[in-house]
Design a protein around this ligand. Sequence first.
Ligand SMILES: [Zn+2]
Length: 91
Amino acid sequence: MEMPKTVKRYCKKCKAHTEHTIKEYKGGRARTLAKGTRRHERNIAGYGGKYQAIARRKKANKKPTFVATCSVCGTKHVFSLGKRMKRVQLA
Ligand SMILES: [Zn+2]
């Protein structure tokens, strides 16, 4: 799947269609003291079996998420494509 590097789309802040640069979204590192991480550690600790079902088969492909940055005001818009793609190439 190929994505254009720049795209004209609507910017909520500018209230107009402006040029946006597109990048693939990459999540940050998980914080060790975040609420969810602490809960996860608490649930895993001790006896009591598994607390989350483990996926038997992992999905091979992910739904790609992109970040479009407005070239006028710099606002970032995160959006995702609804389909699973084998590979994302920013053309
Ligand atoms: Zn803008």
